[in-house]
Design a protein around this ligand. Structure first.
Ligand code: NAD
Length: 472
């Protein structure tokens, strides 16, 4: 049984209703066409889509595109024939297969491309696609170097009639959007800290993508994630999602970052870190603490219900545990309250007792699942619908059921991308969000490499003519 104080710390049904309410280089001559003159399409026009890079992520995207209206996959491209064949055969649209991405870009029927190549190819392919007049959806992390940050910003800003969207799907999750609204409405007070982790146990659960494959005929192409010249390592592949969440929840970009990275366990020729701990300081004194390890997958969030990854958003009045769904597991959001404010009356006999109770660590609050707007009870609801919603919410609170998003955020990001291509609206995960995210990746790797505090402002001078001249 909960005692009186604990009861107060529990999240009330009124609080739950508030949350629910909150949830409301082109090879010259190859690329032809009319650069950066995209026609705005009618609402029911299908976007003619190409996909470049059909490995793990590209194929995953194809399986999701198969379930969506609004676009037709007319072209698929990969340099590795088995991955290309799998893509062409796996798409309901039976796209034409290409080995050279520039041929996809010179196809006038293609309105937009999805770029899901390894990181080092994001910029060249995106640049060439923009030059060819295409809209671009590029996977995270958007770019690989400071030079590319500056160059892409210039190119996209010069092309207001082309859309650039980044594959940061958490921005398209109703759970994360609800968490952001809770933050904006002050439900967890001043947000001072975010803790993020993405821990895997690659010893017991090896991953093909994070294992150095010595005998693969593709050589370095098969191991791109493990090599710095192609990849930003764990920080780019996993951390980038969570660094973006911290920027979003704090409403600003970090000021400086320090960290420790090491190749501590997997001494197999990789030159990216297999273990990373980072601390980012934000302008109002907030911190993001982020951890990426490869030897243990335990996750202390969500009462241990989930492993590997999640974020904990901490404010003066409460905490949110949140993680995105996968194809197998739903997204999860839990809300915990801080103890109610106690003000001791100085000078009274009770002061000593009160301050002693202030200092006690005490019990935690019981979590309440974060509700989505569809679970909100409205006046329009029929008696049966209201009863059903009450029952569902009771089951959510008991942990018997979890609220589910109507759509996987990966689907949602594509639906919204197609819409942006038609209307030229700004995507939720737009250029600046993608570039800030890439800057965080680039600078945190630098902080670990040079064992120093690296300021976000350093990027302004990195990769520019000035820095290049100094280097010469
Ligand atoms: N948003 C997410 O949650 C998420 C998840 C996984 C991967 N990703 C991103 O997707 C991208 C691809 O990752 P992956 O896991 O699919 O890697 P992968 O190695 O499985 O696939 C990459 C594919 O690109 C192909 N490729 C390489 N160079 C090419 C070129 N010049 N032209 C055409 N194809 C080329 C390769 O042959 C391979 O098939 C990465 O940037 C990764 O960070 C994002």
């Amino acid at each position: 049984m909960a005692d009186g104080n604990e009861q107060k710390n529990e999240i009330s049904r009124r609080d739950a209703v508030k949350t629910a309410a909150a949830g409301a280089a082109v090879a010259a001559g190859m690329i032809t066409g009319a650069p950066w003159i995209q026609k705005v399409k009618a609402a029911n026009d299908q976007i003619q889509l190409g996909i470049i890079g059909t490995g793990g992520r590209g194929y995953y995207h194809i399986t999701h595109l198969n379930k969506l209206d609004g676009a037709k996959l007319v072209a698929a491209c990969d340099i590795f024939q088995p991955n290309l064949d799998k893509a062409v055969n796996g798409s309901k649209d039976k796209p034409k297969g290409y080995k050279d991405y520039r041929e996809v870009l010179s196809n006038k029927d293609v309105d937009a491309v999805i770029v899901s190549t390894p990181l080092y190819m994001h910029f060249p392919v995106t640049r060439d696609a923009l030059l060819a007049g295409k809209h671009v959806f590029c996977e995270k992390s958007l770019v690989h170097s400071a030079e590319e940050v500056h160059a892409l910003r210039k190119m996209v800003n010069e092309r207001p009639k082309q859309v650039l969207q980044v594959g940061l799907q958490r921005r398209y999750s109703r759970f994360y959007q609800t968490a952001k609204q809770m933050v904006e409405k002050g439900l967890i007070g001043d947000v001072t800290n975010v803790y993020a982790q993405w821990h895997r146990n690659l010893i017991n659960v090896p991953s093909a993508t994070w294992t150095m494959k010595k005998n693969d005929p593709r050589g370095e192409d098969a191991n791109w994630r493990l090599l710095r010249k192609y990849s930003g390592g764990l920080v780019a592949e996993l951390g980038s999602h969570q660094m973006d969440i911290a920027d979003w929840m704090f409403g600003s970009h970090f000021e400086f970052v320090s960290g420790v990275g090491g190749i501590d366990y997997f001494k197999d020729g990789r030159d990216v870190y297999d273990s990373v701990q980072l601390i980012f300081r934000y302008p109002k004194g907030q911190r993001l603490m982020a951890s990426y390890i490869s030897t243990n997958q335990h996750c202390a969030l969500f009462g241990g219900q989930r492993a590997q990854f999640g974020e904990c958003i901490m404010g003066t009045q409460g905490t949110i545990h949140i993680t995105v769904g996968t194809d197998d597991e739903p997204a999860l959001g839990m809300w915990y309250r801080e103890p109610a404010k106690k003000v001791p009356d100085p000078g009274t006999a009770k002061a000593a007792v009160a301050s002693a109770s202030l200092a006690s660590t005490g019990k935690g609050s019981r979590p309440l699942p974060i509700l989505l707007s569809k679970d909100e009870i409205t006046e329009q609801d029929s008696f049966m619908t209201r009863e059903l919603k009450f029952a569902k919410r009771w089951l959510y609170a008991k942990g018997v059921m979890v609220p589910e998003e109507d759509r996987n955020p990966v689907d949602q990001q594509f639906i919204e991308f197609f819409e942006c291509c038609r209307t030229l609206a700004k995507p939720k995960a737009d250029l600046e969000i993608g570039l800030n995210d890439s800057s965080a990746v680039i600078l945190s790797n630098l902080a670990m490499d040079e064992s120093r505090r690296v300021y976000a402002s350093e990027l302004d001078k990195m990769g520019t003519g000035e820095a290049a001249k100094k280097k010469a």
